[in-house]
Ligand binder design. Structure first.
Ligand code: ADP
Length: 433
């Protein structure tokens, strides 16, 4: 007779590549029913539209069919119900809100926000795009909409519907006139825009943030509940310092960074069709430095500099959406809880629940910093001199960064150290070996 435990045993061979655990321990298997020689169950993923869906289904069918006596298998793929994060009238039917940010202007943040909106719409999601830049709204230019008529219903603004996307921008309210405003007025306008647009039902709302990492960006992060942020950067000089600044700003308000998009990373030559990485190798060390992934490298492409027309024609890189959906799934599964951290005068102790503590001497940890001030951004060579680290170096403050890293403020005035959890574990295992 077919037993439930045998089915779970074979299914536990399937590992979720993002969460690094098998799908049985992750609690993905639901409604398992055995009826004679037929088996049916559902696999509940953490996020709808997960690109791994088909891989899990095929593998599960194959494994269960290999059990003696099983003649028929029915696998239904489902997704965990999203809890709506925002209760305001404006966003209460929006499942995920994702900020698209950059520390500097001109890196292509608005272009990437619009590209993401198009990619997600092309996958069948209901998508909105909100441009919150008061001083230089780009959405009217990006979509070539200069005569929008925003309708007001009761006290709410209704976003524009444009080829299947819902769009809203300060540009639609202000026209082409530049905004001249002082700080408090800006915050007030932004808060109004965040809370008075009636988005209706959406799977994803992308917020094109104003460039920078200051008060306006914090106002946005504190007014609404964001699932996470995508940071857009180019590999131009000092951009890694900017990425660190962006990560730390969002972490101040407990918003995880979902990943980085490296824009204008390469170009494809007309003659040889080869990808030329102008600013260095495709492989980026962001993951090693900050514990976050590079979601995509986007080429310099003259088509991207043209106005967006339909989302179908602008959706050209479906990997971009797939990678981001997987990141959202990882965050919602909350697979890795942050460690408990103890700061002592000579070392730092990290303890992950259920694991032995990892103790690292302050000197060694400070020396392992891979920020842009300690390691050359381009050559990857260490610029920090071990002998320059004060003998009495100690950590003043530790802040967990989402579920991937900690940032440490050191007594030598160095504040930009980010240590991915995997770096901490590798220092420990390097010494053990
Ligand atoms: P930001 O929002 O960071 O200020 P924009 O998205 O407005 O930047 O882009 C700045 C300029 O660069 C725009 O003219 C845009 O069309 C162009 N651009 C952005 N990304 C690309 C790309 N991948 N290829 C070619 N041009 C791009």
């Amino acid at each position: 007779m077919i037993q439930k435990k045998d089915i779970l045993k074979v299914l536990s061979q399937i590992e979720d590549p993002d969460l690094h655990k098998d799908i049985v321990s992750l609690g993905f298997i639901k409604e398992l029913v055995i009826d004679g020689s037929s088996v049916s169950f559902s696999i509940e993923l953490t996020t709808a539209g997960c690109p791994l869906k088909n891989m899990f289904k095929t593998e599960a069918e194959k494994l269960v069919l290999s059990i003696d006596g099983v003649e028929k298998v029915q696998v239904v793929m489902t997704a965990r119900q999203t809890r709506y994060g925002n209760s305001s009238d404006s966003l209460k039917k929006v499942k995920h809100v994702i900020a698209v940010a950059s520390a500097k202007g001109g890196v292509g943040k608005s272009t990437i926000a619009a590209t993401l909106a198009c990619e997600f719409a092309a996958k069948g999601f209901k998508v909105g795009l909100l441009d919150t830049d008061l001083f230089g709204p780009s959405l009217p230019t990006l979509f070539n909409i200069h005569e929008s008529q925003i309708v007001q219903r009761e006290n709410m603004l209704i976003p524009m519907e444009y080829n299947g996307l819902k769009l809203m921008s300060f540009g639609f309210l202000l026209g082409d006139a530049p905004a001249i405003m002082r700080g408090p007025m800006v915050s007030g306008y932004i808060q109004q825009l965040l809370t008075t647009v009636e988005w209706g039902e959406l799977d994803y709302l992308f917020i094109d943030m104003p460039p920078g990492t200051g008060d306006i960006q914090l106002t946005i992060s504190q007014t609404i509940k964001l699932d996470g942020a995508v940071i857009v950067t180019t590999r131009s000089s000092l951009s890694l310092v900017d990425v660190a600044r962006g990560i730390l700003m969002f972490e101040k308000v407990q918003i995880p960074t979902l990943g980085v998009v490296e824009n204008m990373a390469y170009f494809i030559c007309d003659n040889c069709e080869k990808e030329h990485f102008i600013f260095g190798e495709k492989k980026s060390d962001l993951s090693e430095r900050f514990g976050i992934e590079t979601i995509a490298h986007i080429p310099v492409d003259s088509n991207r500099a043209k106005p967006f027309d339909t989302y179908e024609t602008n959706a050209v890189n479906s990997d971009l959406a797939d990678s981001l959906i997987r990141q959202v799934g990882k965050i919602s599964a909350d697979a890795v809880a942050p460690p408990e951290v103890k700061l002592l005068s000579d070392r730092v102790i990290f303890t992950w629940l259920g694991n032995p503590p990892i103790e690292i001497e302050n000197h060694i940890l400070r020396d392992a910093c891979k920020c842009a001030l300690c390691v050359d951004e381009y050559s990857g060579e260490k610029t920090l001199k071990t002998e320059d680290i004060p003998q009495d170096i100690h950590a003043l403050e530790v802040t967990p960064l989402g579920n991937y890293a900690v940032s440490i403020q050191w007594s030598d005035g160095h504040t930009s150290s980010i240590y991915p959890y995997k770096t901490i574990r590798s220092i420990d295992s390097g010494r053990a070996g």
